[in-house]
Write a protein that binds this ligand. Structure first.
Ligand SMILES: NC(=O)c1ccc[n+]([C@@H]2O[C@H](COP(=O)([O-])OP(=O)(O)OC[C@H]3O[C@@H](n4cnc5c(N)ncnc54)[C@H](OP(=O)(O)O)[C@@H]3O)[C@@H](O)[C@H]2O)c1
Length: 264
């Protein structure tokens, strides 16, 4: 399928690993000029080089923390006018006992998982409206609608994010600018490995729980029968970045192998 985005410019905020990188690769494959950002420089540079060589397109790496104002300024100056904006961000690690969650922990969660993406969208939406075309995709989490007691630092802030995008997307769709969210379930990524380790630490679990695939497959009822790879999500993200998705507005697409039991 031709995604009809060859020659467009995309910013994948959080594009050096995991689902962000997999999305960046699908966009690169479709002929998009890419900007990818991350906090950790070495992995970012390696990813940018690899994607550029593999797909023969320009990839500009931007070292920037999306959760800080200075990081966002770096993004805006490196990539002032993307046609496509995809955002992912790592919220704080797994919490232990919910009674131990402090206001400082909530503030960090809200700064990263809610204010970071909102501020990036708030900057680029007027530019996309002016061009009368744009696509925005947030890679958030299925715990936005499937609460988990150990993921309080991720789910609640993302529930607020999807509430925000539900409103804003309906306001700006008339200008050809669409926002949609992907809510991933259990994916085997570097970030998930870090989370499983922090889960094991938070709940004082034995070592075998730290193996990500076995942890996911043993402890979560995934009807598909496996924990996915980032490549199982990226085609949907790329479709939502395309003109082909012009009638898809303000949606939250759960990709979780059927784990979340819900009609909608
Ligand atoms: N994997 C899962 O099972 C799972 C399940 C549910 C939800 N999710 C959600 O899906 C999203 C992607 O997860 P993933 O597993 O693909 O994560 P990942 O493997 O850690 O990749 C995240 C990417 O975003 C970058 N990033 C993270 N925080 C950033 C920040 N503040 N500023 C700029 N770049 C940042 C990371 O690089 P740096 O670290 O160098 O910044 C990396 O490139 C996350 O929001 C996660 O909460 C994942």
């Amino acid at each position: 399928m031709d995604l009809q985005i060859s020659g467009k410019k995309a910013l994948m905020a959080g594009g050096s690993a995991g689902m962000g990188r997999a999305t960046a690769e699908r966009l690169a494959e479709a002929g998009v000029e890419l900007f990818i950002s991350a906090r950790r420089e070495e992995r970012l540079m390696t990813a940018a080089r690899a994607i550029s060589e593999k797909y023969q397109i320009n990839v500009t790496p931007v070292v920037a923390d999306s959760s800080t104002e200075s990081g966002r300024k770096a993004l805006f100056s490196a990539c002032p006018d993307p046609d496509i904006l995809a955002i992912t961000i790592k919220p704080p690690p797994v919490n232990g006992d919910f009674l131990e969650v402090t206001p400082e922990m909530w503030r960090e969660s809200v700064e990263t998982a809610l204010i970071g993406p909102i501020e990036i969208m708030r900057y680029y939406i007027p530019i996309m409206k002016e061009k009368r075309w744009g696509r925005i995709v947030n890679i958030a989490t299925f715990s936005a609608k499937n609460p988990m007691i150990w993921r309080l630092m991720s789910g609640p802030a993302r529930s607020a994010l999807v509430n925000y995008t539900a409103s804003v997307s309906r306001e700006i769709a008339q200008f050809g600018v669409n926002i949609n969210n992907i809510l991933p379930g259990m994916f085997q990524t570097e970030g998930a490995q870090e989370n499983v380790e922090s889960y094991a630490r938070a709940f004082d679990l034995p070592m075998e729980h730290k193996a990500i695939a076995s942890h996911f497959e043993k402890n979560n009822k995934i009807p598909a029968g496996f924990a996915a790879s980032a490549d199982d999500m990226a085609p949907m993200a790329a479709l939502l970045c395309s003109p082909l998705s012009r009638f898809i507005v303000g949606q939250n697409i759960v990709i979780d192998g059927g784990q979340h039991q819900s009609l909608f």
